[in-house]
Structures are given as C-alpha cells and as structure tokens.
Design a protein around this ligand. Structure first.
Ligand code: ARG
Ligand code: ZN
Length: 412
C-alpha cells in the first residue's frame, strides 16, 4: 500500500525550516521531538498507524531531542502537521528492489560476490562451497535448527594440528533486517581463510566459529515478505503477533526494563529465557564450549557502536575498564584507517537498557570478552545500506575484530 500522506508542516518558532510536504509510504523520515508533548504524539503515531520504526527499536524509547527514524505507512496527517522533519530516504521500494536483484549472478570466487547481499539459499550454498573448497581449514558445525526447522550452520575455521586451542565465537543476523551483518560474517570468513599476517597469528592461537545467520526464518522473511522484519518467526499461543526478539530471549535479567512481555512488541522477550530454538542453540553451543571460547562477538546494525556488558543493568562489569580500553583501541583504529566514528561503552549506559541479550548472557557464562558491534551507518541509509558500502563497512569492523582478538590473545 502506498498511502499518500499530506503533511502540512507548520512553522516552528525556532529557526527550523519546515515546509509543506507530500510524503509517501516508501520514505523514511527523521523526526526529532522537541517537547514532551511531541514525544507522546510520536509514541502514539508509531504504535497506532502501522508506522515502521527504524530507530529507536520500540516506541517506548522515544525521547526529546533524539532523532526518530520512521517510515509512515498510513494517513497520519494530524500528527505529521505538528513536526519538522527531514527526509532520509525517498525511494525505499526501489532500493529494496535493487538490493535483492540478481543475487546469484556473479561467481562466488569474484570479490564482488562479497559486495552484494545474498538470499538465505545463497548463503547456505556459500557455506557448503566454502567447506568443500577449504576442507583442511573450514568445517561446518550444525548447532541446531530454527523455529521453521532450518539448519543453523556455523563454520569452524581452524589451522594446524593443535587440538585444545582457545576460540572466538562470532554470530551474525540475530536481527533479520540488519543485512550488513550476515554480509559481514561472509566477508570475515573470506578474509580468515585467505589469511594475512595478523590473521595467521590469530589463527595460530585461536579457532574461530562463525554463525552467518542466527535467525534464518526472519532473514528469509525479509527477502520474501517484509524487509523491515526484526524478530524470529515463532508463533505464540495467546497472540496473533509473530516473533520473539532473539536478543531479548537470553537469560540475563530476562524481560526486565528494556524488553517487553507483549508478543506484538519488537522487543518481545518470549515466553521464557531460551524459549526460542535459535537462542537455545547458541546458548547450548557456548555452554558446551565455554572453556575454549574466550571472545564472544555478535554483529548488528545500525548506529556504529562497539558495546560491551552490561546492557541488562546499569552496573559495571567486573572488567569494565579492560573492556573499555579494548573498545577504545578498536574505535581509534577505525578512525585512523577508515576515518569513521564509532561510539563505544557499556550497552546500558551507551544506548539503553536491553536485558536478555546474548552478549550479557555469554559474559555471565564466563566469556569475559564479549562485544556487540553495531555496524554502519548512523542513519543515512539505516537498514538499507547500499551494497556499494559493504566493503568499507566490513573492513572497518574487521579491523576492530582483529584489534580485540590480538588483545585477547595477549591476555589469555
Ligand atoms: N540494538 C541492539 C538491540 O537492541 C543492542 C544490543 C546491545 N546489547 C544487548 N545485550 N542488548 O538488541
Ligand atoms: Zn540488532
């Protein structure tokens, strides 16, 4: 549906320029509430009018002076007339079409293969081929299956004969619409099995487990039905709303402030911790490998942040300063080599309380180096980061991973 919105924007008394606007449902707008009244209005609109919220993740986080990114999808004239806004994107339908087109034309061997987004089928195929082409280095590990019974395959990248190496775990695609995340896991794997000096050093000390798509049902759904889907695709018994936020489903202050017990919410925590097969599979794997896994990494987008525990409380982690120094060093490398800014800090204080996250859970399990990366961008394209940005987004994240991994090796 392409509802035409007629947005008549009134002049604001401060010098913000506001024009009369025509807005379509395939636009993404950035709106900043200036008063508490506007905050309430925005919250209402984003709950009532089938508005798609990009940022923040759920209406309860809307605050004064913090830009809200949304795609209005219904006639919401009365609300919009009270705001000044900026159009972020004008043609999301066209962008989505471009990003999903000929997903499997280039051969996997070409580097441009890694500079495009891939369908779930393509990623499964890629996993298969990668293990076949590098059998001495890359193995596939089936860690479980999704709600809709799709396999959850992780790659194990390992060199040399040594058996009891330490390990890094990295998962991507916990949130379905964050397409740069699975793209990063593929990019990362490529650079690991191709190796350069630093990577060889890392692999001499550590094995690497890579889960390219932790939420395959949701990812599939973003390709077929709704590009902006976030959660998994599980049905609940007492609601017609589908999906649990897998990053609220872990056992870390589960379902307290910052998560929701309402199945229709984007941050629905599920019926109980690890109620979802996807989070349970990752948790089981980490529980049974907790003596080897020293570094836990989980990749999201967007907003450019390097976060570490805790997100489920405002308390500081026991090795907060150590984590802070590592994140800072990684952010400095990104700035120096890629001229890009990443914020860093404990999740709860840097963004918001978000209990039930995989990073906090892994941390409490005993994996003392645990990070959530929020990749590019900061809202220009948001979840629709164009394929032409994949290489820079991935390379800068890669240098952050490398920096942190080298530090972990020194320490353990
Ligand atoms: N954007 C992520 C989310 O809302 C942030 C994750 C930070 N870590 C966490 N444990 N919540 O899920
Ligand atoms: Zn996310």
């Amino acid at each position: 549906m392409k509802a035409l919105l007629i947005l008549i924007v009134l002049m604001n008394l401060d010098k913000n320029k506001c024009f009369a606007f025509l807005s379509f449902s395939d636009q993404v707008l950035s709106i900043t509430a200036k008063t508490q009244e506007q905050v309430e209005l925005l919250k209402n609109v984003s709950t009532q009018y089938e508005t798609v919220l990009w940022q923040p993740v759920s209406p309860e986080y809307i605050k004064e002076e913090e830009p809200v990114h949304l795609s209005p999808s219904a006639f919401a004239q009365s609300f919009a007339s009270r705001f000044c806004f900026r159009v972020l994107l004008d043609n999301t339908n066209e962008m989505i079409e471009l990003q999903t087109r000929n997903d499997s034309t280039d051969p996997r061997s070409s580097s441009s293969y890694y500079e495009r987004y891939h369908s779930l089928e393509d990623i499964y195929y890629w996993i298969n081929r990668t293990t076949q082409e590098h059998p001495e280095m890359v193995k596939v590990v089936l860690i479980g299956s999704s709600y809709e019974k799709r396999p959850l395959y992780a790659l194990k990248i390992s060199v040399g004969e040594k058996q009891d190496k330490k390990a890094i775990w990295i998962d991507c695609g916990i949130h379905a619409r964050e397409w740069i995340s699975p793209a990063f896991c593929m990019w990362f794997s490529l650079s690991y099995y191709n190796q350069n000096q630093d990577i060889t050093h890392i692999l001499n000390h550590m094995d690497v487990y890579v889960l390219p798509v932790m939420n395959p049902d949701g990812y599939k759904y973003t390709w077929t039905t709704n590009r902006m889907w976030r959660k998994n695709r599980s049905y609940s018994t007492d609601s017609s709303c589908v999906g649990v936020d897998l990053n609220r489903n872990f056992d870390a202050n589960w379902c307290t402030e910052g998560a929701s017990d309402k199945p229709c919410s984007e941050i629905y925590c599920g019926a109980f911790p690890e109620s979802e097969p996807e989070s349970e599979a990752v948790a089981n794997f980490l529980r049974s490998h907790k003596d080897s896994v020293q570094l836990y990494l989980t990749i999201h987008s967007y907003s450019q942040m390097l976060l570490f525990p805790y997100s489920c409380t405002l308390d500081e982690a026991e090795n907060h300063n150590e984590l802070l120094v590592m994140a800072q060093e990684a952010a400095q490398k990104i700035r120096r080599y890629y001229r890009n800014t990443y914020k860093y800090g404990a999740g709860g204080k840097t963004i918001y309380l978000a209990p039930g996250g995989s990073d906090d859970w892994a941390y409490n399990l005993g994996i003392k180096y645990s990070f959530t990366f929020e990749l590019q961008d900061r809202g220009r394209y948001g979840f629709l980061l164009p394929p032409s940005h994949i290489s820079k987004a991935c390379n800068e994240a890669l240098i952050a991973v490398k920096t942190i991994a080298l530090r972990v090796i020194e320490k353990t």
